[in-house]
Design a protein around this ligand. Structure first.
Ligand SMILES: *Cc1c(COP(=O)(O)O)cnc(C)c1O
Length: 430
């Protein structure tokens, strides 16, 4: 694709965009009375206009039916979560029975670790990425401690090499092979939240299985962002949140994937509650847990219908569009952002002065999704303050990293063109 840094080019791209109608299906936050340029769909996705109606339906049914709504509501609450199996499985590349929506992300990660991190004195190690999202680090640390092992010894972190920002696949494979038959688990974020690097989940899973370890992924930055084929890649388990790329609202419900071969294993240890018990006999309220033969077996509680209604509003939009169209536009959109940053470097900055925009996100399309992360070398907080004053909502990490994620459902090429103008002004004034 050949890009141009001009308003005419951006507008032409927007006119040709087959998803252009979707921007108006979301509320755009305002800064100083004007629509902002929203690049934080990787942190909290925007609210679909339809969400209110989905919530209102459940509130009305609750008012109208009371407890009878479990069976008589428009979307009976007893089976509310079942509506997600098909559409969510299409987003993550799974069989419907391998997917369930429940709880919140870190809760689910812990529940999955209970089943898939079963350390023994000979095999207790975990390979993970260095500087993983803190919640994931804490979950691993405490799971290791709860099992009676020492996190300092058990957890092997794979880091980027000196002077590099992303982690090399060969280094992950080497760490797995080196841990060998002491390795119980590989657990990595499918997309690194800081650099936007996408890991080769198929290769990682194969390497883990070769040494007899389980392999799971936190897909918080991957679900709804990149192509996933969890079933075919043979991943053991995965979980993700719904409030980032999946636009389901702050603290929204989380999704879980458990490979079919584990769903069918009723002997697998797990934490349990009544909603994971066989559906047919659940209300006999008898002694003895009989797990369902699907990811639903990991459910403990009945469905939180109000947060799930917000999830449904968004998942219906995803299902209407489909991942193919989203991924096509995503590549063009993030590619344009990358181009604009290169163009600003070329025209307005000089790397030899130490002031430049250092893109640390991989350039290859197999290794990235929407997100582009730059280090504003030689700049500091004042740069970010100008961006915000001018209506750009992006994510700033001290001392000088800016993360931006234009998303195909509601960002436009014009957003990116305008952002380039603002960024140019910001580097010249800060
Ligand atoms: C966003 C994110 C979380 C947040 O966890 P919650 O339980 O939803 O608060 C955890 N892990 C990763 C990798 C994330 O990106």
């Amino acid at each position: 694709m050949s890009y141009e840094n001009s308003l005419e080019f951006a507008q032409k791209m927007d006119e040709q965009d087959e998803l252009k109608a979707y921007r108006n299906k979301f509320y755009m936050p305002q800064v100083n009375g004007k629509d902002c340029i929203y690049f934080t769909g990787n942190s909290l996705g925007l609210q679909p206009v339809s969400t209110k109606d989905y919530l209102q339906t459940e509130l009305d049914d609750w008012a109208k039916w009371g407890v009878e709504g479990h069976f008589h509501a428009t979307n009976p609450w007893f089976a509310y979560h079942e509506q997600f199996a098909e559409p969510v499985s299409r987003i993550v590349g799974a069989l419907p029975k391998e997917v369930v929506v429940m709880n919140n992300l870190t809760v689910n990660l812990n529940l999955l670790l209970v089943s898939f991190y079963r350390p023994t004195p000979d095999r207790y190690k975990i390979v993970c990425e260095a500087k993983a999202f803190p919640s994931d680090q804490y979950a691993l640390e405490m799971q290791v401690k709860c099992a009676g092992y020492n996190p300092g010894e058990a957890i092997i972190e794979v880091a980027p090499r000196a002077g590099e920002y992303t982690i090399r696949q060969e280094d992950i494979t080497a760490a797995i092979e080196q841990a060998g038959d002491e390795l119980a688990l590989v657990m990595i974020g499918g997309v690194n939240y800081f650099t936007g690097q996408v890991f080769d989940m198929k290769a990682i899973t194969e390497a883990a299985h070769r040494v007899g370890a389980n392999c799971g992924f936190d897909l918080a930055h991957a679900a709804g962002n990149i192509r996933l084929n969890l079933h075919d890649w043979n991943v053991d388990f995965a979980c993700w949140c719904s409030y980032k790329y999946l636009n389901s609202g702050p603290g929204g419900v989380s999704g879980v994937f458990i490979h079919e071969r584990h769903c069918n294993n009723t002997e697998l240890p797990r934490f349990a509650g009544w909603w994971g018990h066989e559906k047919e006999s659940r209300f006999l309220m008898e002694k003895g847990f009989k797990p369902m033969k699907s990811a639903e077996a990991w459910q403990m509680s009945n469905a939180p219908v109000l947060t799930m209604a917000a999830h449904k509003a968004s998942i219906d939009l995803f299902d209407e569009v489909g991942m193919d169209k989203l991924l096509k536009k995503q590549k063009e959109l993030s590619g344009y952002l990358e181009f604009i940053i290169d163009d600003i470097n070329e025209k307005h900055l000089d790397q030899s002065t130490g002031k430049w925009l250092h893109n640390i996100t991989p350039r290859s399309w197999n290794e990235r999704g929407c997100q582009v992360s730059i280090i504003a070398e030689g700049f500091g907080r004042p740069l970010f303050d100008v961006l915000l004053q001018e209506g750009v909502i992006s994510d700033w990490r001290e001392p000088n990293v800016i993360r931006m994620a234009p998303v195909p459902l509601y960002n436009s090429f014009t957003d990116i063109y305008k952002f380039g103008k603002v960024l140019t002004k910001a580097i010249q004034t800060s």
